[in-house]
Design a protein around this ligand. Structure first.
Ligand code: PGA
Length: 247
């Protein structure tokens, strides 16, 4: 059986005071019978690491460089993330694809760099509203995932995949459990053809997951947890989602 994974994506939110309160609230509410991680802005990783010491929660980052090291001003390498104890790094979030013009290949290269340093990439895929309306959902997510599978080769079984329909992110519009499950099943089948680890790989759903819709989403056979944005910023909400994921 796959153990559910719930990942908080804090995006560009937080302050030292707010983070301390949020993490304190989570520590009080946990532990849960699920894997739980928070992906925080780079400047707060070290303090998050300290705050989570002695808990079952782990932490990660929201992006990494595809390069090993060198003259890349402003970038952060996966070796640095490993050095500071990150377990996960989100790559290919739709906000990075949209606002930083990240291509499928760049996302795949970032995932490869992360795995090379033992940091598990959470690779995001998902269609826009226009793509869904044009009936292209399956083709889009398969194209995005295929590039990563091809680039990672036999290591592709080590990644976490997150299906995040772009139209559902931060909009309050959630994919129905059936809509999400049908895309997750497509992704699982694609992974099955690529790696014998497909049946143990986690495929997360993300996009307006809230305490009141989490349980039904997580009940779907190919949904193995969530990537949580807005609701990850409130301890009570994130804790309720972790509770819904507990098995
Ligand atoms: P949301 O964001 O939960 O606020 O929709 C999810 C994400 O972007 O990872």
């Amino acid at each position: 059986m796959r153990r559910n994974l719930v990942v908080g994506n804090w995006k560009m939110h937080g302050s030292r005071a707010a983070n301390a309160q949020l993490l304190g609230g989570l520590k009080e509410a946990g532990p849960w019978n699920a894997d739980v991680a928070v992906c925080v802005p780079f400047p707060y990783i070290a303090e998050t690491a300290l705050a989570l010491t002695g808990t079952a929660m782990v932490f990660g980052a929201q992006d990494c460089s595809s390069h090993e090291q060198g003259a890349y001003t402003g970038e952060v390498s996966s070796a640095m993330l490993q050095d500071i104890g990150c377990r996960y790094v989100i790559v290919g979030h739709s906000e990075r694809r949209a606002y930083h013009a990240e291509s499928d290949q760049l996302v795949a290269d970032k995932a490869k760099a992360a795995l090379a340093h033992g940091v598990t990439p959470i690779v995001c895929v998902g269609e826009t509203r226009a793509e869904r309306e044009a009936g292209q959902t399956e083709a889009v997510v398969k194209r995005q995932l295929a590039t990563v599978i091809h680039t990672l080769g036999h290591c592709c079984g080590e990644m976490v995949v997150a299906y995040e329909p772009v139209w559902a992110i931060g909009t309050g519009l959630t994919a129905t459990p059936e809509q999400a499950q049908s895309v997750h099943a497509v992704l699982r089948a694609q992974l099955m053809a690529a790696t014998d680890r497909a049946s143990v790989m986690r495929i997360l759903y993300g996009g307006s997951v809230k305490p009141d819709n989490a349980a039904e989403l997580f009940r779907q056979p190919d949904i193995d947890g969530g990537l949580i944005g807005g609701a990850a910023l409130k301890a009570a909400d994130f804790a309720a989602i972790c509770r819904a994921a507990a098995q």
